[in-house]
Design a protein around this ligand. Structure first.
Ligand code: AMP
Ligand code: MG
Length: 340
């Protein structure tokens, strides 16, 4: 039995590390990290002075903190939770960020036939409880939760920027998209300070801007499957792109010998069973993050078919079949690999 495997992303900026100054434009590398959104956000950036670097990093983290106050489902006072409090009553005007992320989530829900569905909050709550109690939710609890799930119960009015949650007790969960969205926003904030050569890691979901000085791109290592702490076997070379990994590597619950993922099937209300890990490369973090979660739910065949027909995205899908690891990828995935 394969006990330990997962595919993760490692930042390989270490190979560029140090405060080496690129002679031609006098840019220095700086890095910062802070806890946000229940994970660690990390910034690697090139700036012409420490003052600029620090100011920009501060602004970028402040923006992520702002997005957490909007999108968190752990924070009772978040804009998202206040919106959910009004589920079943009137449409509510929301911030541009919240509307934007919901619009992107709904678009993906439509494209995936509801495999990606941010209305999964009620079943995600049940799974969090199951993780603590090590007991499956009862059929009745599942039925009750599922009655409050469904992306078609989220109505968006673009002109008025209003959101209408049709059923009382609905709970939205942006856990599959918010980190990627926040990474994009942090990078945009750095750009406002003139910093274009930067990388943002939102707990391993990575968004990068222009390449480091004298480099073709940011090198991101894909951790080996059976030995995640070992030297990466594959490296991605990315500029102005994002990469995200989803799977059951770190968050899951073991009940009666079955391993259930923290990613749930909106159809059955159960955590996904069957080891898998999906890495998606896309033009922005919100898309990479949400697609990685979606493709996990869809499975390799349907998931990779969706990737193939989506512009400018690529994916690697690793899953277990008959006790063996199978590695499947979209045709264009290798284009992003660093050739050495
Ligand atoms: P990620 O780690 O990006 O794959 O996101 C996983 C998180 O997304 C979970 O912890 C839930 O908060 C949320 N989630 C779980 N299942 C789904 C689903 N089917 N569609 C959308 N979001 C989900
Ligand atoms: Mg995701």
């Amino acid at each position: 039995m394969i006990r330990h495997w997962f595919i993760g992303l490692l930042l390989l900026f270490a190979t560029l590390a140090g405060t080496h100054a690129a002679a031609e434009n006098k840019l220095e590398q700086f890095s910062f990290s802070e806890p946000h959104m229940g994970t660690t956000f990390q910034l690697i950036l090139y700036a012409d002075s420490e003052v600029t670097a620090k100011k920009a990093a501060k602004a970028a983290f402040a923006r992520v903190a702002e997005l957490n106050r909007i999108m968190s489902d752990y924070l009772r006072t978040s804009e998202l939770m206040k919106l959910c409090d009004k589920a079943g009553s009137d449409p509510i005007k929301v911030s541009k960020d919240l509307f934007d992320v919901l619009q992107q989530a709904k678009k993906l829900a439509r494209q995936t036939d509801g495999a990606f569905d941010v209305s999964v909050g009620p079943i995600v709550r049940l799974w969090r409880r199951a993780r603590r109690s090590r007991k499956l939710p009862t059929a009745e609890a599942l039925k009750d939760a599922l009655a409050r799930v469904g992306w078609d119960k989220i109505k968006l009015d673009k002109d008025k920027r209003k959101v209408h949650l049709l059923v009382m007790g609905m709970l939205l969960d942006l856990g599959g998209i918010a980190k990627g969205y926040a990474a994009d926003a942090a990078l945009a904030e750095l750009r406002r300070f003139g910093i274009k050569r930067a990388l943002v890691s939102a707990g391993g979901d990575i968004t990068v801007g222009d390449a480091p000085p004298d480099e073709k791109g940011w090198r991101v290592g894909v951790a080996p499957l059976k030995n995640p702490d070992g030297k990466p076997t594959d490296y991605l070379l990315l500029t102005n792109a994002s990469v995200a990994t989803s799977g059951d590597a770190s968050r899951f619950v073991l009940i009666n010998g079955t391993r259930y993922s923290h990613i749930v099937s909106p159809q059955t209300g159960l955590g996904l069973v069957g080891r898998r890990s999906v890495t998606v490369i896309a033009k922005n973090g919100a898309q990479a993050d949400s697609l990685a979660t979606a493709v996990c739910v869809m499975g390799p065949k349907k998931g990779l078919a969706l990737i193939s027909k989506t512009k400018d995205v690529a994916a690697l899908y690793v899953f277990e079949s008959d006790g063996k690891l199978v590695k499947a990828k979209s045709k264009n995935f290798d284009e992003y690999l660093l050739r050495r």
